[in-house]
Design a protein around this ligand. Structure first.
Ligand code: S3P
Length: 202
């Protein structure tokens, strides 16, 4: 790549535990940047014609994960082909499924092209996540504090594999600003590629 060509960002995926604000922050960020926004859970509900909680109830988690994998692949294909950069809010468990990690890796860094997709982990203390989720219903994997904390601990090693970690605390606009401060501009050009994960994802 010539040094005159600025690196581009085409795809930003927001990962993080339940209650980390992936959807709210994703919408906010898309609005600020003028990018496309896509919510994976919404896509799954549209495809299944049922709410996430009903999918879990009627079909079980394994069937939900299959739908999630299918819709993730569809969203990534769409995102890669779109003229405008895309932000995808993942579900809380999406980034903890090895086959999804593979799909994300393959799209974010195609073999024959420079890296143009990134996964950002919205990191919040588990106490804050619990406090947020306790007031919102309709989360099939939200049962009680003990199981919530256990699942959070199990998933941390996956979230730590994200390209960037951003503090998910505070107002959605402030979180969106932190993401933009990683080096993103509205036309997709930016310095994300020049930073490595260990600098930012400490
Ligand atoms: C899940 C989180 C949910 C949703 C589904 C499974 C999980 O998304 O995808 O209930 O495995 O943690 P949110 O993180 O948006 O609640």
């Amino acid at each position: 790549m010539s040094s005159a060509v600025k690196p581009r960002v085409k795809l930003l995926c927001l990962a993080g535990f339940m209650g980390s604000g992936k959807t709210t922050v994703g919408r906010q960020l898309a609005q600020q940047l003028g990018w496309r926004f896509l919510d994976l859970d919404e896509r799954i509900e549209e495809r299944a014609g049922a709410k996430i909680s009903e999918i879990f109830e009627r079909l079980g988690e394994a069937a939900f994960r299959d739908l999630e994998f299918e819709q993730l692949n569809r969203a990534l294909t769409e995102g890669a082909a779109a003229a405008v950069p895309t932000i995808i809010a993942l579900g809380g468990g999406t980034f903890a499924q090895p086959r999804n990690l593979e799909a994300l890796r393959a799209t974010c860094k195609p073999e024959d092209a420079p890296r143009d997709g990134f996964v950002i982990w919205l990191d919040c203390p588990v106490e804050q996540l619990f406090a947020r989720c306790v007031t919102m219903g309709n989360r099939p994997l939200f049962r009680d504090e003990i199981s919530f904390r256990k699942l959070y601990e199990e998933r941390l090693p996956f979230y730590r594999m994200a390209d960037f970690r951003v503090d998910g605390g505070g107002e959605p606009r402030a979180v969106a600003e932190r993401i933009i401060a990683l080096g993103i501009s509205a036309d997709g050009t930016g310095g994300l590629q020049s930073r490595n994960r260990t600098e930012v994802n400490a």
